[in-house]
Structure formats: C-alpha cells, structure tokens
Design a protein around this ligand. Structure first.
Ligand SMILES: Cc1ncc(C[n+]2csc(CCOP(=O)(O)OP(=O)(O)O)c2C)c(N)n1
Ligand code: SF4
Ligand SMILES: [Mg+2]
Length: 447
C-alpha cells in the first residue's frame, strides 16, 4: 500500500477542494540545491495531501536561512518571523490566543540548539502543540557557515577547521523532556519525510522532526557529516513509513510481525514497516538507547523515533475553554482582578503576578462566591480591572509613611527610595488593601 493523498486528489483537488498550488508560497531566495528547499516542497505536498485549511495554519520561525522558508510555503496562512531562537515564545502565545490554529514552527540547528535551546526545551516540556521542524545542516548557514551546536565531533568547516565539541542531539533532548512525537529524517528522502509530516500534523502536542538538510554552500564538502554524500552513506532508516489519514480505511493487510501501527487521536494511522530490526517507537528508553548506539557507530538513524499519544497538550493542561480566546467577547476574558480559581480559569484567564499581588480583590471575590461556577455569568461586584501602577505606588507610599511614623529615623531613607516595590512590600500592600484601605483610596482616585 502506498500513501494515500485523499479521495479527490486524482482530480488535482484534495479533500477540501484545493489544488497543490493553493499551498505554495513565494519563490525561494535560498541557494539552488539547499536542503531547506526540499523540505519546503515536502511541507507543501504534505499540507496539500492532509487537506489542511490554510487559514487555520500559522507558520512561525526564528532567524536563519531555514527560518526564511515559511515565506515559501502556504502563502495564504498566518505567519510570524520571530527574533533569533525565540519562535517558541511566539508559538506559545499564538496557541493560547487561538487554539484552533495548527502551528508549523520552522527553525534551524543554530536557532534551536544554540540561542534558542532554552526556548525549545520549555516548549517541549509544556507540550505546546507545534509541529517543530529543525532544518539541521550543522552550520549557521545565514552567517556564512560557522559550526552550530549540532555539528559532529571531527567534522570540518569548509576552511578545514575541525569541530572538537560534542554535538547536541535535539531528538534526544526532546525525548528526554517527554515530547510525545519525535522523528528524524533527511531532506533528500521525501518518501519518508512526507508521511512523518502528515503524522506530525495529526499529533496533539509538540511534534519534533529533526531534518538533516545539507547546506550546499558551506557544508557539503568531504569533511562535513551533514553533506548529501555523508547522509546517504550513513543513513540507517528504522522502518518504511506509511501514513493513512482518518478518512481512509487500511485496506491492505501486512504480514504479521513485519509492521507496527500507531493510531493517532484523530483516527489516522502511521504504519511502520520493519526494516533491519523490529523497532518499537513507543518505548522511550529504547529510543534514547538507539540514538546513543547510532552516535557511537556513526550511523544516522531516521524514522519515527518516539511516539506517545497519551499526553495532555498544553491548552488542555491549562483547562482553556473550547472557544479560542481571540474569539471571546471582552467580558469573558476579563474576570475579576486576581482570581485564579477554577471557575475563572475556565474562562481562559489567569492572574498576572501583579494581579496576584493585589490579593485583597481575590479574597473579596471569593467571599462573593467566586469559586462557584455560576459567578461566571454574573456581573462581578468588584472592580474587574487590575490595579494600575499608580494605585500600587500610592499604596506603597502610604505603607512607607506608616513605617516611617513607627520608625522616624527611616523616613528620610524611605523618601529617597525610588525603587520598584519588593514582593514583600507588595504582600504588605495586599494585606493593607484587604483591610479596606485600598478601597477607600480607590474611590478617591480618578479612573
Ligand atoms: C540575537 C541574534 N544573534 C545572532 C544573530 C546572527 N545570526 C543570524 S542567523 C544565525 C544562525 C542561523 O543558523 P541556523 O539557525 O542553523 O539556520 P541556517 O541559516 O543554517 O538555516 C545567527 C547566529 C542574530 N540574527 N540575532
Ligand atoms: S547558505 Fe546554506 S543554508 Fe543558506 S540557503 Fe545557501 S545552502 Fe541553504
Ligand atoms: Mg543551520
């Protein structure tokens, strides 16, 4: 059985009536032969075959040749080109604002494994649903070919300089951090890459695909372990992969013992046909061991390394409402100040640290029955706005005055203190406010 693009694809249309050209973007400005261009082509084809709705896709990236590529696919989708290494923060914000969007994040090995390593780790740890593609060439292509943190020990720059540092394996890190979908592929192996991309589109949670993508200008020479020739020589695919979308039945039986099937939450299937060894991608420790063995033996294992469909994605974990926050009316995204109770969180709102510091409002809200879900539809009886900086500063000034009255010698020092209030001061302020001082003060302050 071969990959099935969908019922209407034979007529040049996919299941939602779009042509492949509807998934194109602008013309590439990358070097001819760059692996990143092949990945772009793979994304376009996979998106077309999966029948993604372009207006429900957001493309995100950082900085690098790889991070330029979202301009070259899905020209009718949303997009955001973030600061170098900081695509995960933007992706998290986008997902929280509109949980209906499918996020495709494109990054480079420099963008992910150097400046963006912390960002990458926390995205994975939170299981933010992003199809996270690392276009991995072992160099900073855009800045003329310096080694990146994924360059293998002993590989050389075009100038002959040898890399002596251990590489960072983004797949191993992702698996270690509990990522539910981790794969490795090669830009030159579209047969493997396409089904992996389609399976990643169907995954709920972070899906990482590290795609070896040769830089023809700076890293396609003999000493590079990420050149076309090196990858072809060392590539050790774990399995042959088929992807069967949820609207298709598996019609062909595979002989038992030669395949492994993974069912995705939307009912689609990934079918893994055994190659040299019987690899079970649901075993985390096995996946890590395989990567380590491959490192020692200088093999490049590709395929679906690890899958776990049982994880809660970020927005479920947070208990976000079904309606995307971007579509909620204002009153539903403005619950009472400081409230982080379940009922208020169900509106998709969480208290900011400043609002939490103003704990009096929180207490009042609870006294008014803020824990009861019924309060969601009722007008709250307290000011729903968080206190302004002026209000906070006013209360702190009073607090300082009270302290100086108790200890006159401190008055002079306190008057000169122009620093932002400390957490302890904020807590004291919150207590004062709870005793009613704040409310009287607020009535006097213009809004
Ligand atoms: C904050 C910041 N630091 C450094 C740079 C310079 N810079 C631009 S792209 C890049 C690395 C790109 O490498 P990679 O992510 O591997 O992408 P590639 O070009 O190889 O696809 C660097 C260091 C920058 N733009 N911003
Ligand atoms: S410099 Fe390298 S990574 Fe950048 S476009 Fe050219 S081949 Fe691709
Ligand atoms: Mg790179």
């Amino acid at each position: 059985m071969s990959e099935n693009p969908g019922p209407a694809a034979t007529a040049g249309l996919n299941r939602i009536g779009l042509t492949r050209a509807d998934y194109d973007g602008s013309k590439t400005t990358l070097c001819p032969g760059c692996g990143h261009n092949a990945i772009t082509a793979g994304i376009i084809q996979a998106a077309f075959e999966s029948g993604l709705e372009p207006h429900r896709v957001a493309k995100l990236s950082g900085i690098g040749c790889s991070s330029k590529t979202p301009a070259y696919f899905l020209g009718q989708s949303h997009g955001f080109n973030a600061v170098h290494g900081h695509m995960p923060s933007i992706a998290t914000g986008v997902k929280l604002a509109n949980r209906e969007l499918l996020l495709i994040g494109v990054s480079g090995d420099g963008d992910t494994a150097s400046i963006g390593l912390g960002q990458f780790c926390h995205l994975v740890r939170r299981n933010v649903p992003v199809v996270y593609l690392i276009e991995n060439n072992g160099v900073y292509g855009l800045t003329k070919g310096q080694f990146s943190a994924t360059a293998d020990v002993g590989s050389t720059m075009k100038s002959g300089k040898v890399n002596e540092l251990m590489p960072i394996d983004c797949c191993a890190i992702a698996i270690e951090l509990g990522c539910g979908f981790v794969a490795r592929s090669f830009s030159g192996d579209q047969k493997q890459l396409r089904p992996l991309l389609k399976a990643a589109f169907a995954h709920r949670g972070t899906a990482v695909i590290d795609i070896i993508s040769p830089c023809v200008t700076f890293a396609d020479h003999e000493g590079s372990s990420k050149s076309y020739a090196a990858v072809k020589e060392h590539d050790a695919p774990l399995h042959d992969i088929d992807y069967v979308p949820y609207y298709e039945d598996i019609t062909v039986d595979y002989p038992p013992g030669t395949t492994r099937e993974v069912t995705m939450p939307d009912g689609s299937h990934i079918v893994l046909k055994k190659l040299a060894e019987d690899y079970d991608p649901t075993r985390r420790e096995r996946a890590l061991m395989t990567l380590e063995e491959a490192r020692v033996e200088r093999r490049l294992v590709t395929g679906l390394l690890y899958v776990n469909e049982g994880l809660e994605p970020f927005e479920e974990e947070l208990g976000l409402v079904e309606t995307p926050l971007a579509q909620l009316p204002l009153e539903r995204v403005r619950p009472p100040r400081g409230c982080s109770t379940r009922s208020c969180r169900a509106t998709g709102w969480e208290a900011s640290p400043r609002a939490r510091a103003a704990g009096s409002a929180l207490l009042q809200h609870h006294r008014l029955g803020g824990d009861a879900p019924s309060t969601l539809d009722q007008p709250h009886e307290i000011d729903p706005r968080p206190p302004s900086a002026t209000q906070l500063d006013g209360a702190h000034a009073r607090h300082r005055l009270q302290r100086s009255r108790r200890d006159p010698s401190a008055a002079h020092v306190q008057q000169l203190d122009r620093r932002r209030p400390t957490i302890r001061q904020r807590a004291a302020y919150a207590q004062a406010a709870d005793r009613g001082v704040l409310d009287r003060e607020r009535q006097r302050q213009p809004r």
